[in-house]
Design a protein around this ligand. Structure first.
Ligand SMILES: [Mg+2]
Ligand SMILES: [Zn+2]
Length: 198
């Protein structure tokens, strides 16, 4: 069962948020994002991250980039794509504290390709925190499954694959649905310190 925009549950006091990249921050493509030119922000997404930062949240990205494992682009190109993302985000007044990447193709059998939670475990170790109550925003079922498996709060945003993910209804228990990343930022902004838990 999906609750649309319920009152926020107990969120982590650590004020970290995990974001999927394609379909959440930038427009996705069935042909993969293979160059900086192909990376274009979803309107409002960068401003939303900046707003999360102003609300005291560190944002990190967790993204499957199987295009690396498939040989569609190389690590230098992915770095250039992320340089463009970070530069545009900085112009909007925001920053991310890390971009965590699964570079593997599906047949490589790694532990980090979502829906597996490996990237989340790496994030937990890097920030030395428990991920319980850490919100994690994605547009696909595998994002939500990985978040849920890691103990995060699975939040579905209705950009990218979000509408079809919602229509299919196969989401983890407790999934919260948001219209946009800006709606997420506004909710976090309204979530005062005295409401913190954990
Ligand atoms: Mg996505
Ligand atoms: Zn992987």
């Amino acid at each position: 069962m999906i609750a649309k925009k319920p009152a926020l549950g107990p969120l982590s006091r650590h004020r970290l948020i995990v974001l999927d990249r394609d379909g959440v921050i930038n427009h996705d493509s069935p042909d993969y994002i293979k160059s900086p030119d192909e990376w274009t922000a979803i309107p409002g997404s960068l401003e939303a991250i900046a707003r999360m930062n102003r609300a005291g949240y560190r944002a990190v990205v967790a993204t499957n980039q199987s295009g690396l494992g498939r040989g569609l682009y190389d690590a230098a190109t992915l770095n250039a794509i992320h340089a463009k993302f970070k530069a545009e985000l900085a112009k909007a007044g925001g920053t991310v504290d890390g971009i965590f990447i699964c570079p593997h193709a599906p047949d490589e059998g790694c532990a980090c390709r979502k829906p597996l939670p490996g990237l989340y475990h790496t994030i937990a170790r890097r920030f030395d925190i428990d991920l319980a109550g850490v919100p994690s925003v994605g547009d696909s079922g595998r994002d939500l499954e990985a978040a849920y498996a890691a103990g995060c709060q699975p939040w579905l945003v209705l950009s990218g694959n979000g509408p079809s993910t919602l229509a299919q209804g196969k989401v983890p228990p407790g999934t919260v649905v948001w219209d946009s990343l800006m709606a997420v930022a506004e909710a976090l902004e309204g979530h005062g310190e005295n409401e913190d838990n954990g």
